[in-house]
Ligand binder design. Structure first.
Ligand code: NDP
Ligand code: 8X3
Length: 256
């Protein structure tokens, strides 16, 4: 626990789907109060209804690309939710899977604006709360794409390599403030991710997870929960997590 006897509050971006959503559920049953963020208000509403039976839940609807909206939303937090202990920087996606020369500039903008700049804006707004109390835990969700560059991954890999560098930079600069910083880098996890990457092409998205057992978002949530429940002198700095069938970005043991 960060502070003995303190009820923890976690701020989760991208809580409306996949890894963020499962992390929210697991935190809730483990009595961690929640600030849940996303762009889909109806999903945020239903999550609030579902999880309020376990903990206090507050929802924030903003696009992480919108700098003003990020700062406004975070500064509008009611007092009960403003003492944030845990930040899960999870919102993000891949947009497209194309050779560099065929890449769509709008996709490049989306990935850099959301995965990198959005993460920076949210962190910038929340870190002063942690600095002030000399405690806090930031978990940045990277990817195998933060560690390897694979064919047609180009700009998505660049965005996640940036997350890897930001994670390291945060850990160095926040060290003197007693703040824990760590990254989780998943391989293939079956979520809404491929549906976004392939722009709603359900068949192509489903094919990504066929012929082997991918990770489930619950597997990543479990690891995140493990990280935040270590004694405060333990900081898990960097974790790469694959499904057993995966050995690298492009090495997946699929049944033919
Ligand atoms: P999902 O598509 O299921 O979830 C993505 C989440 O990000 C949604 O809650 C979405 O919310 C939110 N989001 C996307 N764009 C924005 C935006 N502009 N502003 C605010 N929120 C946004 O994917 P995953 O759960 O898989 O992805 C979560 C993280 O995990 C991402 O950073 C991804 O890169 C990373 N990752 C995923 C892997 C995988 O194989 N699935 C593997 C490695 C890393 P909403 O649409 O409501 O705004
Ligand atoms: C998501 C996993 O392999 O599509 O980051 O990059 S991968």
């Amino acid at each position: 626990m960060l502070l003995s006897n303190k009820k923890l509050t976690a701020f989760i971006t991208g809580a409306t789907s996949g890894i963020g959503l499962e992390t929210a559920k697991l935190f809730a049953v483990n009595k961690i109060d929640l600030v849940l963020c996303g762009r889909r208000q109806s999903v945020l509403n239903s999550l609030k209804k579902q999880l309020s039976r376990y903990v206090r839940v507050h929802t924030l609807n903003f696009d992480v690309r919108d700098k003003d909206a990020v700062f406004e939303a975070i500064s509008s937090l009611p007092q009960d939710f403003s003492d944030i202990d845990i930040l899960i920087n999870n919102a993000g996606n891949a947009h497209g899977l194309d050779k560099f020369n065929d890449g769509d500039i709008d996709d490049w903008d989306a990935m850099l604006d959301i995965n990198v700049k959005g993460l920076l804006y949210v962190s910038k707004a929340i870190i002063p709360i942690m600095v002030k109390k000399r405690a806090g835990h930031i978990i940045n969700i990277g990817s195998i794409a933060a560690k390897e560059v694979y064919p047609m991954g180009n700009v998505y890999c660049a965005s996640k390599h940036a997350v890897d560098a930001i994670n390291k930079g945060m850990r160095i600069d926040l060290n003197q403030h007693n703040i824990r910083v760590g990254a989780v880098h998943p391989g293939l996890v079956e979520t809404g991710f491929s549906n976004v990457r392939f722009k709603g092409d359900k068949e192509r998205a489903a094919k990504t997870y066929k012929g082997y057992q991918p990770l489930r978002p619950e597997d990543i949530a479990d690891v995140i929960h493990f990280m935040v429940t270590r004694p405060y002198h333990v900081n898990i700095a960097d974790l790469l997590i694959f499904p057993t069938a995966q050995a690298g970005a492009t090495i997946v043991n699929k049944e033919s």
